[in-house]
Design a protein around this ligand. Sequence first.
Ligand code: AMP
Ligand code: GLY
Length: 431
Amino acid sequence: MKLLIIGSGGREHALVWKLAQSPHVTQLWCAPGNAGIALERLARNGAPVECVNLGAEELPQLLAFAEEKQADLTVVGPDNPLALGIVDLFQQHGLRIWGVNQQAARFESSKAFSQMFMEKHGIPTARAWVTNYPQAAKEIAASLGGRCVVKADGLALGKGVLICANQTEAGKAVDEIMVRKAFGTAGARVVIQEFLEGVEISLHALCDGQTAKLFPTSQDHKRALDGDLGLNTGGMGTYSPTPYLSETQLADTARKILDPFMRGCVAEGIDYRGILYPGVMLTKDGPKVLEFNARFGDPETQVYLTRLENDLVELLDASVSGTLGNTELQWSPLASVCVVMASGGYPGSYAKGKVISGLAAANGLPNTKVFHAGTATSGDQIVTNGGRVLGVTALGRDLSAAQAAAYAAVEQIRFDGAMFRHDIAAKALPK
Ligand code: AMP
Ligand code: GLY
């Protein structure tokens, strides 16, 4: 099979790395890819993965490329092309593509849509209100004593969520989103949720329109600094599994979230084929969904795919065909930890073009894989080219061993201004 992967981050490097291991794959392109992706080779024939200079949102060009190369399957990483309707476009042209269609992408592209869907179909979530009016938004926040979360309805690069402790903060949040329009039209409407307390985890399920296959749990670390301090980021590190849900509790969570989700989609004529990634708060009243994403998480993918034992091409193919019901997901019993190394200044402004050393030494350690995110090639060197630069991922017999292995690999890697958290997975370990 000939595969085209769309995207350029750590998630896409993990997807490419895993797909390249499949004996089904004879050729693999990634648009636009990154320096690490360009170093991957196919297990079947040793052919190099080819990076193609097309952006993830250049839909007509991507379509033309897939048609010209006769790609058998295109795999979409990021949310934007999904929300722009890349899946619908490829399907209209008779091409096979994995990811959610535009209608299903609304679960991520509109928080108001998701919230209303959850309430209608009995999916446990935070109490919430949706409004287009700043005054009404402030009154709702006041009715919650100001302790709430104000969310811009639309896509805002993961930044349109403001957590408020009191009425003054809530008023400022509403003004920021709805009056100053800090996130543009994404903030024309807001969802205001009650503030939930508990442990936050990531769930992923692979869906085929009828069936949803749940992954083990993982946990991201969204804040920039140790101890969950600093600004919100795209994610500074993950681990899997988490100790927070037993097998039975996980099955119960799937029953409470995934069953009504899939039934609701069928009832509303939404053909959900792709990944469903709910952000879930484990509260004292049980698990509650904070939001839905309609794609693989980044850096969740890095820990999931290092543990996944199935052939990923076969899984994605079954997700497209609607035949996941016949498949069982197989996971390594090993734990996986991913530590993100970022550019100094991230998630604010940062420099690019810093030379990265030690990659070969890190990759040479046992059970270790360095996934590239924001990297580029400059002459014969690999340099930084984004906020999140690398996802240093390692497996271990338990979380503590995986954590030690991931940090041993981090120690091998150097670039000017490198920044990373020192406490990825620490919460899950005995004190
Ligand atoms: P979201 O993009 O909706 O997942 O929100 C971003 C982050 O804000 C989440 O990962 C949570 O840490 C936090 N958050 C969102 N909604 C709530 C809520 N209702 N209560 C507490 N924290 C929340
Ligand atoms: N891990 C955060 C995200 O992918 O949205």
